[in-house]
Design a protein. Structure first.
Length: 279
């Protein structure tokens, strides 16, 4: 059976996050609204007889990049061609772009057959109550008091395209705490803690140096509902060291893969990715 594929509207984003929660992905309480802001036409819904049966996100980022996520088929509709129809529709929407995704390791071979190559591993660290880490340095302030242009400039080091609409929504969402570290030379760090259906996730957590990252981490986890999760690139050993010193342990991992040339990013400045759905 060939499903109909159409754009999901804003009101239907809650259904997608409910499906994600059922899969154990622990979405943020306001992921539906903030993700939609990243690309209002980037979320696709599969229907059979007007019944929603699956979804995928194919979010366009800037003029040359895109990201695949939210790739889900309802359990009772798996193995019936819905997944491949969604995949083809998502990739068609991103045709001509470098496309990234964070896939579970078990699916890495399948993504490789579709032209994706491994760039690095992202590891999710978790703890019920992370301990403060030593070595933090810098004045932590509310990110809302920092000129947005400075935040966007720092984000451009660690993300391959402009994402102003997403970042503005991410910072302003109810319950999200957006903090920054400023220094003599300008902005040294930026991070967000977001409430999830279970506990709190940190990300993005971006810093020009380990001391700023540690100061931000300590401020973000203070008072955060437990448990706390931090998704970080294995390619940044300073980020892993921070998480381990806080008493966090690996709980999950994904394969960051790209179809097309992997973007050149300042991975040593990535202490936490925003989400596995949008990169």
């Amino acid at each position: 059976m060939i499903p109909a594929i159409r754009l999901a509207c804003r009101a239907e984003m809650r259904l997608l996050t409910d499906w994600a929660a059922a899969e154990g992905w622990n979405p943020g309480l306001h992921d539906a609204e903030t993700f939609f802001a990243a690309d209002p036409e980037g979320f696709l819904l599969a229907e059979v007889g007007e019944e929603p049966v699956g979804c995928i996100s194919a979010v366009r980022q800037g003029s040359g990049h895109g990201f695949i996520g939210f790739y889900l088929v309802r359990p009772d509709w798996r193995g019936k061609g819905v997944g491949i129809a969604l995949w083809r529709a998502g990739m068609a929407r991103l045709a001509g772009r470098v496309v990234g995704l964070d896939g579970v390791v078990a699916q890495q071979a399948n993504y490789a057959r579709s032209g994706f190559a491994l760039a690095w591993r992202n590891v999710r660290f978790a703890a019920v109550a992370p301990a403060p880490v030593a070595g933090g340095q810098g004045e932590v302030v509310a990110a809302g008091g920092v000129p947005f242009a400075e935040i966007a400039a720092l984000d451009a080091n660690v993300f391959p395209a402009e994402r102003e609409a997403f970042l503005r929504a991410w910072m302003a969402a109810p319950g999200h705490r957006a903090l920054a570290v400023r220094g003599v030379g300008g902005l040294r760090g930026f991070g967000v803690a977001r409430p999830c259906r279970e506990g709190t996730k940190l990300g993005p957590l971006t810093a020009t140096d380990p001391a700023a990252a540690r100061a931000l981490f300590n401020a973000l986890v203070a008072g955060a509902p437990a448990p706390v999760f931090l998704d970080l690139p294995e390619s940044n050993p300073a980020a892993a060291a921070l998480a381990q010193e806080a008493g966090m342990e690996p709980a999950f991992e994904t394969a960051r893969m790209y179809a097309g040339p992997a973007p050149v990013l300042r991975q040593e400045r990535i202490y936490g990715v925003a989400s596995f759905e949008l990169g």
